[in-house]
Design a protein around this ligand. Sequence first.
Ligand code: 5GP
Length: 222
Amino acid sequence: MNKSAFAPSPGAGSLFVIVAPSGAGKTSLVRAMMNERPAVELSISCTTRAPRPGESDGRDYWFIDRAEFEQRRDAGEFLEWAEVHGNLYGTSRQWIASRIAAGKDIVLEIDWQGAVQVQQLFPDAIGVFIAPPSMETLRERLERRGQDSDEVIERRMTAARGELDQAHRFQYVIINQEFATALQQLICLVDSAGLRFEKQQAREPNLFDRLFPRQHAGRGSR
Ligand code: 5GP
């Protein structure tokens, strides 16, 4: 499959790429948004990281070992991949291509390096950076989560500083100070992406023919 397989078509869904330092609340926000907007689909990544308590295979990630990851990566199965905190993570190329072709709205919850790769392949992708209100809050959240050792928390704090430096690469920033507010902002982004000219045109071709015959004919996909 080559890059042209991903050329956006007017009827294609929107692709949201959501990036945040761990502990910023990204997973909870995305899950809550998907409860409110059930048509949106989440890409499940492959990772070499061990499952955390409560995580399950196929729901949170596809948990695979390093040898399998490297073999699938070398076979070109990943649209993007990155090493984060010493573990490998990758997004299935085939899944994304098929869901996009089916016109679905898709969310990728990935790190900034992967997001940059995706934004190059899909210039229409909507990049959203979720930030914590402060570094202190981030540390409190990581500690409260109780899933990681002190050493891992320190590593994630250092990584978080590096990740915050990358926020400027994304079109949108949501500051997750108050969960309900951040959730409304994320839902608002998802809804407004669906109102783009081409999305509405694909949904209502006859209405567009009648109302905007000249623009309708002249406007390419974007
Ligand atoms: P965690 O281990 O805390 O679930 O995730 C660590 C980081 O890896 C997070 O920033 C998460 O978004 C990112 N990540 C998860 N899946 C992927 C993926 O498929 N590709 C990339 N590049 N990053 C990912």
